[in-house]
Design a protein around this ligand. Sequence first.
Ligand SMILES: [Zn+2]
Length: 191
Amino acid sequence: MDHLWTPWRYAYVTSADGATRPGVPPALAAWPGDTGCVFCNLIASINYAIEQGTPADQAESAGGLILRGRNCFICLNAYPYTSGHVMVMPYAHLDRLAKLDAATLHEMADLAQLTERALQRLYRPHGFNLGLNLGQAGGAGVAGHLHLHALPRWAGDTNFMTTIGETRVLPEDLATTWVRMREAFAAEQQV
Ligand SMILES: [Zn+2]
């Protein structure tokens, strides 16, 4: 499984666009803060843009934010392993499942289930990976803020990915993915 779970370890740390504040999308750089956390920065920069008058869809697309729950949210992985690679995580900057209160934990499971259904609807995969890497030793690229990776898988795709190695191949650009994903999640929420 090693090659399945390590490729994104360094992606956020190195932050391909060279941003000095990790997690802040270039389009949302007007936000003046820095929490030091990729995911806290992401949400804060999206919220700031909206507060400043940017249409919510525009800000959320720029940040890849797909769905806001009460305690957790779902966003695109900016460095996807496959098309449809999303993450479910709490708003709270916590690093262990053991630290989540029951409501947050349960919502995370609910959103994981919704994610599975939305990915099924959108990509018709043969299977899925849903996984948590806790702590640096556990392979977490962002160890301080736990996040559940969810991605669709297809028979034979490991061979493809092993070959690709560290190279990021984006079969679909993130803006397109965001639009399709929003539609799929909205459709599944109405089921
Ligand atoms: Zn955080």
